[in-house]
Design a protein around this ligand. Structure first.
Ligand code: AHR
Length: 502
């Protein structure tokens, strides 16, 4: 079969930026079955002493998540954090207006902090700026980080947590521009409340860093204007601006779908440019970086017209069954995050368990990894170090995203142990791609591994019964002096790992 020819040139000195490990973070929202019958199910045979499912934890641990965002999402904007602390039997159940469910409050701040500790992850905690006030936000901060003999810090101690949690990263609300958001608001109103809340929180604990809401997604009509207005109010009070984006493949146009991560590159560039613009206007040295704290593929559940009974605990909503095509784009999106490591410091795959999730569970039953789990696993494992620029010469095709879409998307990462990992997406659905990689400033000694997702039907999924979609080793990568040649199967995502000569 004829192959597409691609030449990649990498100069190990041509560094974009160190990759912040928090690029490989995720998100647990009180949404659907993410918490109840997802991470938490006291009656499950694998539940630990706190009711956390250990079968789920065993799937999460290899992802080595640096950070987990919590408790929402849309849920956050109606959440009363004080409902979720103290004696579990005394905690109130509440209607959750975001997801039309009952929130029993059996998992709250302290349980989440224990969960993070068990996973070795840091929390990224949200404060409710929908129904909540700046004072509620400061109270939660005092509960979590307070060291003084004051009311909420004492409450935490009485609840069995003498040491402050020292939570560093906090989100100032969620998607406040969305008409679907509980008490959503316009940019002026949000900018003002974000500024007031940020100042109060940093007065109490100057060690924290804050994420303000950007637009809910790129195609929001207020995109751009929202960012400018919000930043004009709070630029010097915050540290990150959030981006959210989910891509869809409703029409089955795979060549366009696999190019969507190019839109993600464009979105990041636009928001980064707005941050630079406001920085200039404010005439400040302060930098605001980007937190891409919700990203994924999301369309199956809605397209299938599914719904679940309302007003119960743990509604089975948005249980996307991800296929191979979805996993390929997730791999491409990870490459976009790597090559924007100079501006994007935090990114959360949304989400982790059951709702839009990498990991699925049956209530009282099995747990398994979806297709998208694997590119995330490999990127988290091998995509740490410094992100390098690379030049790619490859034929292009025309699709809904761009007239000239490169068949190959490549992102190299040089790790501190001297390994060069080259992440590769072949967007051609029917043609293998022969890739010649020329290296400067890095003398490859051996091909350590070439592994990825390939040779599956694009519609293949994993289920509780069978997991056919797992990474497979690719053979045939050849080293010749400072050049490596490898063939990328049609519609594949892979990582080629090279060891350096000592
Ligand atoms: O991740 C699911 C939902 O998507 C989140 O609750 C919300 O922030 C976004 O719209």
């Amino acid at each position: 079969m004829q192959e597409i020819e691609a030449c990649v040139h990498i100069d190990a000195m041509d560094v974009i930026a160190p990759i912040d490990p928090r690029l490989y973070s995720s998100f647990i929202e009180h949404m659907g079955r993410a918490v109840y019958t997802g991470i938490y199910e006291p009656a499950h045979p694998t539940a630990d002493e706190q009711g956390f499912r250990q079968d789920v934890m065993a799937l999460i641990k290899p992802l080595a998540l640096p950070l987990i965002r919590y408790p929402g999402g849309n849920f956050l904007s109606g959440y009363r954090w004080e409902d979720g602390i103290g004696d579990k039997a005394a905690r109130p159940a509440r209607p959750d207006l975001a997801w039309s469910a009952i929130e029993p409050n059996q998992v709250g701040t302290d349980e989440f902090m224990d969960y993070c500790r068990k996973l070795g992850a840091m929390p990224m905690m949200g404060v409710n700026l929908g129904t909540g006030t700046p004072q509620d936000a400061v109270n939660l901060l005092e509960y979590c980080n307070g060291e003084l003999p004051t009311h909420y810090a004492e409450l935490r101690r009485r609840n069995g947590h003498p040491a402050p949690y020292k939570i560093k990263t906090w989100c100032l609300g969620n998607e406040m521009d969305g008409p679907w958001q509980i008490c959503g608001m316009d940019a002026e109103e949000y900018g003002r409340i974000a500024c007031k809340t940020a100042r109060m929180m940093k007065w109490l604990d100057p060690s924290i860093e804050l994420v303000a809401c950007g637009s809910s997604f790129r195609d929001m009509p207020s995109f751009g204007a929202w960012e400018r207005t919000v930043l004009s109010h709070c630029y010097t009070d915050i540290d990150y601006l959030s981006l959210h984006q989910y891509y869809q493949n409703k029409d089955g146009d795979i060549p366009s779908f696999l190019a969507r991560n190019m839109e993600m590159d464009g979105f990041i560039n636009e928001v980064a440019a707005i941050c630079r613009e406001i920085k200039r206007q404010k005439n400040t040295d302060h930098d605001v970086y980007l937190s891409f704290d919700e990203w994924n593929v999301w369309y199956h559940y809605q397209q299938e017209g599914k719904d679940a009974p309302k007003w119960i605990v743990g509604r089975a909503i948005e249980e996307e069954r991800y296929n191979v095509a979805d996993a390929l784009l997730v791999g491409g999106m990870l490459q976009t995050l790597m090559r924007n490591a100079d501006t994007v410091k935090i990114a959360c795959l949304a989400q982790l368990v059951n709702a839009l999730a990498a990991i699925m569970t049956e209530p009282n039953g099995r747990a398994w990894a979806q297709t998208i789990y694997y590119p995330f696993l490999l990127a988290s494992r091998y995509g740490r170090g410094v992100s390098l620029r690379c030049d790619v010469a490859v034929p292009t095709y025309s699709c809904a995203v761009a007239d000239q879409t490169p068949y190959l998307d490549a992102a190299p990462v040089l790790s501190s142990d001297g390994t060069l990992s080259l992440f590769l997406l072949n967007r051609s659905v029917d043609t293998p791609l022969h890739c010649t990689v020329a290296l400067d400033g890095f003398t490859p000694a051996r091909v350590l591994e070439h592994v990825g997702l390939y040779a599956h039907a694009l519609t293949d999924c994993n289920t509780a019964d069978a997991s056919p979609v797992v990474p497979r080793t690719l053979s045939g990568a050849l080293l010749h002096e400072d050049t490596v040649a490898a063939t990328l199967p049609a519609a594949s995502w892979s990582v080629l790992r090279l060891g350096a000569a000592r």
